[in-house]
Structures are given as structure tokens and as C-alpha cells.
Design a protein around this ligand. Structure first.
Ligand code: NAP
Length: 452
């Protein structure tokens, strides 16, 4: 069908806050794809206003004249413009994004956002504002870019009793760990390579220290468990300090090292597995590197890709995989949300109402896992016995141990049986206090079943 034969659908006008990597890609997708979108969905989308900080900056991929006609530095004016039906926030950061979104929702305009930092800190406030206004607040792009994960949890698995989500949700660290594993690179070399390819920022702190993954874990916990969880509730450890030798050891045992975001339903304190109906959910949310068995689907997620492994009571296990970042992949997720919101506006309906309860958060100290840890010790008689007795005193049972020479010192590599995190922390503290222990090196949790 040619454009002239196409019957116009319902016209919906979009105001976009921010026109950087994702915003420019989103405007490009709508500008170039409006006819195809209309044919598929019956909705005529048009970007009518765009807010930026710098009107003179180049916007690669966008027609300059068409951009200038719509652009302004007054983002508030985009929100209040009567020519804007839906607001797309792609500026990032907390303010002014938070106030602009609240203003849009209060004016009964649906909002689409990809802002993980904001949603991980203020999801409760923002979803409550959307609820009371009766309009959509959609944020598929805030976790795992193009992967339809929020929609999967919110809609397809709406009736599912989610047990656990285990995700690789940061492409930068997954790229680095893949290079360390497959090319034998050290941490610094892998970071330099990620920076030269544009996967890592000049200041990589948010990625390598796990802040970015923690924000996504908080958002996922919120959706999976209808819980008000923020980044500060997430136990966070990054990949700094992981050495090529840890990864080589893990590989030798049949494991890959991955930075995981783990969001799980936990037993209530006192061991009550099934709390009363209507009781607040009891959840544990954490980000840390872990040894993942090679046969686990997450072990084969390489490079900058993301994946989330979902375990549900009735649905069983499933995994979603794809590009977790980048302008066009992320803009595709934004566009999907805009089309959903447009349908809802047309039908005067909205998506499933979000319910947020304050959860009971289980501290990491209460959780159990197997652990891998390394110690650099003086290589002399009696040291091993002293180290072993520290493990025993703290109820941590050693599954296997290897020793390698380090000049006059030795490196000991341990894998434990399942142990309580609090006991392992106490063990590490006591080991640090031993005169013969020079250094406690990497500590990694080992996921999957107990090693045979
Ligand atoms: P970006 O390239 O830095 O773009 C930000 C845009 O917002 C720029 O156009 C900037 O204007 C504009 N802006 C910032 N503050 C503003 C203000 N106060 N008033 C008006 N305009 C303002 O960021 P991005 O990578 O596109 O990311 C956008 C959002 O998507 C973030 O929340 C990010 O977390 C999220 N996200 C990004 C990715 C990704 O792969 N990049 C993936 C998932 C989610 P100027 O251009 O004039 O400076």
C-alpha cells in the first residue's frame, strides 16, 4: 500500500525530553517509521517537540531543519504544550527529570522513561503519581535495553509466582569478563579495551562497581514482587579486584565468572516460606560476581549482551537475551512503550495498575551459598592447619583446596560447601587477623548445585 492509500489512524503527538544517544535514535525511528507504525497499529505517531540543553549540538542521523523546528531548551514547555499527548523522558539523572515526569503525570499525560537512575530511586513516588492520575508510566528501556523484560514480568507473567530472577544486566562488565575469560586479559587490559570500543565510560565506576546493575536489580525487584525497592536496598559488589587467575581457575573447574543481579523471593525471618496472603513480600536483592556453571544458560552470554534467567513457580525456567544498551536497541523498547501508551489513550484505558508495597528485605548475611576464595599466605609448616581451623571455628566447611607457589609465599584457592554469608564474613575477618595470611584475595559466590 502506498502512503497515499493509507487511511490515517489516530494522531498522537509525542514530546521528547532529551535527544542524545537514545532520544535521537527514538526520534529517528518515529520520523522514518511513522507510516509503517500506522499501518501496523492504526496510530499516527508524530514527535512534535524536543527538549535539549544545547540547540547547536550535532544530532547525528537527524535532519537539522526538522530538528530545529521542534527543538527547545525549555523542557517544561514541552510537558505543558497542548500539542503533546505523550511525554518521553530520555534526559537521564534525577532532576529535572523527576519533576518533569510528575508534572506530565499530574496533567494526565502518559510518560515513557528509560531513566534507570531515577526509577531505581523514586519508582514508588512516580508509580503512585501515575496511579492517581490514571495514566501509564512505562519504563521498558530502563532495564536491559531492547529486551522486553519489564513487559514479560508485568504482563505475560502477571499471574506467576516469581521465585528468582538472575540477570546479566550490565554489558560493559560482561564484555570485560568475557575478554578476561576468552583472551586471558588482565582486568586493566580488559577495561582499556572496553573503553576504546565505547562500551565503558572514561569513568567506569558505575559499571565496574556494580551501581548500574544495582539500579536495574532494584527496578526488577519492584516489578517482579510489586515491591518498593531502591538501589540503596541492594547489596552491591563489583568486579574490581577479580584477577585473570580467578577466571582461569573457575574455567578449569567448569565455570564462567559473571556479574549477576539476583532478585529472589526469600523465606520470611523465622523460616516461614509462605507468608500470609497479603503480607509484604520478603525479598533478597543483590549484585555480585559469581561463578556460573558452564551448562547454565547465563554462562554462554558473551560480550556486551544481556540476559535474564527467570524462575517461576508454574512457568518453570525461561531466559530472555539481547542487546542491553545502545541508542537504537534502547529506542526500540521506548517505541514499544509509546505505542502501548498510545493504544491505551485511544481506548481510554491503561496498563495493569502497579501495586507497590514495602517489602521485608533479607540482608545478605542471612543467605547461603558456596564460595570461592583465595588467600596469599606464608609458605611454611602449620599455616594450612591454622587456616583450616579458622574455617572450622566459623562452621564453614571446605569442599576443595588447591595451592600454587608465589615465591616465598603460597596462594591457596578454596571452594566451600554451602555456607551462611555471615559465617563466611566472620571467617574472612578472622583469616585477615592471622599473621601468616598476607592477603585475602577474590571472594566469589558459586551458583548452581553443590559441586560434586
Ligand atoms: P545522553 O546521550 O547523555 O542524552 C541525554 C540528552 O538529554 C541530551 O540530548 C541532553 O541534551 C538532554 N538533557 C540532559 N539534561 C537536560 C536538561 N536539563 N534539559 C534539557 N535537556 C537535557 O543519554 P542517553 O545515553 O541517550 O540516555 C538517556 C536515558 O536513557 C538515560 O536515563 C539512560 O540511563 C537511559 N538508557 C540509556 C541507554 C544507552 O544505551 N545509552 C540504555 C538504557 C537506558 P544535549 O544533547 O543538548 O546535551
Amino acid at each position: 500500500m502506498s502512503r497515499s492509500e493509507h487511511t490515517p489512524g489516530v494522531a498522537l503527538r509525542v514530546g521528547v525530553l532529551g535527544c542524545g544517544n537514545v532520544g535521537a535514535a527514538f526520534v529517528g525511528l518515529v520520523d522514518s517509521g511513522a507510516t509503517a507504525i500506522s499501518l501496523r497499529t492504526g496510530i499516527d505517531l508524530e514527535v512534535t517537540r524536543i527538549a535539549v540543553r544545547d540547540l547547536d549540538r550535532e544530532r547525528p542521523g537527524l535532519d537539522r531543519v526538522a530538528f530545529e523546528k521542534r527543538a527547545t531548551t525549555d523542557s517544561g514547555a514541552v510537558v505543558t504544550d497542548p500539542q503533546v499527548d505523550i511525554v518521553v523522558e530520555l534526559m537521564g539523572g534525577i532532576e529535572p527529570a523527576r519533576s518533569l515526569i510528575l508534572q506530565a503525570l499530574t496533567s494526565k499525560k502518559p510518560v515513557i522513561s528509560g531513566n534507570k537512575e531515577l526509577l531505581a530511586a523514586h519508582a514508588g513516588e512516580l508509580t503512585a503519581a501515575a496511579e492517581s492520575a490514571g495514566v501509564d508510566l512505562l519504563f521498558e528501556a530502563s532495564v536491559a535495553g531492547a529486551i522486553p523484560l519489564v513487559r514479560l514480568l508485568r504482563d505475560s507473567l502477571a499471574g506467576e509466582h516469581i521465585v528468582r530472577l538472575t540477570g546479566i544486566v550490565n554489558g560493559t562488565t560482561n564484555y570485560m569478563l568475557t575478554q578476561m575469560s576468552e583472551e586471558g586479559l588482565g582486568y586493566n587490559e580488559a577495561l582499556a579495551q572496553a573503553q576504546s570500543l565505547g562500551y565503558a565510560e572514561a569513568d567506569p565506576t558505575a559499571d565496574v562497581e556494580g551501581y548500574d546493575a544495582a539500579a536495574k536489580a532494584a527496578i526488577l525487584a519492584g516489578i517482579a514482587f510489586d515491591a518498593d525497592v531502591s538501589s540503596s536496598d541492594v547489596h552491591r559488589e563489583g568486579i574490581v579486584g577479580i584477577e585473570a587467575s580467578d577466571i582461569a581457575f573457575a574455567r578449569r573447574l567448569g565455570y564462567e565468572v559473571k556479574l549477576l543481579a539476583v532478585v529472589e523471593r526469600a523465606d520470611a525471618p523465622g523460616g516461614e516460606v509462605a507468608p500470609a496472603v497479603g503480607a509484604p513480600p520478603c525479598v533478597a536483592v543483590r549484585v555480585h560476581p559469581a561463578m556460573v556453571p558452564k551448562e547454565h544458560p547465563l554462562a554462554s552470554v558473551r560480550g556486551a549482551f544481556n540476559a535474564v534467567f527467570v524462575e517461576g513457580d508454574a512457568a518453570g525456567e525461561l531466559m530472555v537475551y539481547g542487546r542491553g544498551a545502545g541508542g537504537r536497541p534502547t529506542a526500540s523498547a521506548v517505541l514499544g512503550d509509546v505505542i502501548d501508551a498510545a493504544h491505551h489513550l485511544r481506548e481510554q484505558s491503561r496498563g495493569r495498575p502497579a501495586r507497590r508495597r514495602t517489602p521485608l528485605l533479607r540482608p545478605i548475611a542471612d543467605l547461603r551459598s558456596q564460595y570461592y576464595l583465595t588467600l596469599d599466605v606464608a609458605d611454611r609448616p602449620g599455616v594450612l592447619a591454622a587456616v583450616a581451623s579458622v574455617f572450622g571455628e566459623h562452621h564453614v566447611s571446605i569442599r576443595s583446596m588447591e595451592q600454587t607457589g608465589l615465591g616465598v609465599d603460597a596462594r591457596l584457592l578454596f571452594i566451600t560447601h554451602m555456607a551462611l554469608e555471615a559465617d563466611v564474613s566472620a571467617t574472612l575477618q578472622a583469616l585477615r587477623d592471622l599473621d601468616t595470611v598476607e592477603r585475602v584475595g577474590s571472594v566469589l559466590r558459586v551458583i548452581g548445585s553443590e559441586l560434586a
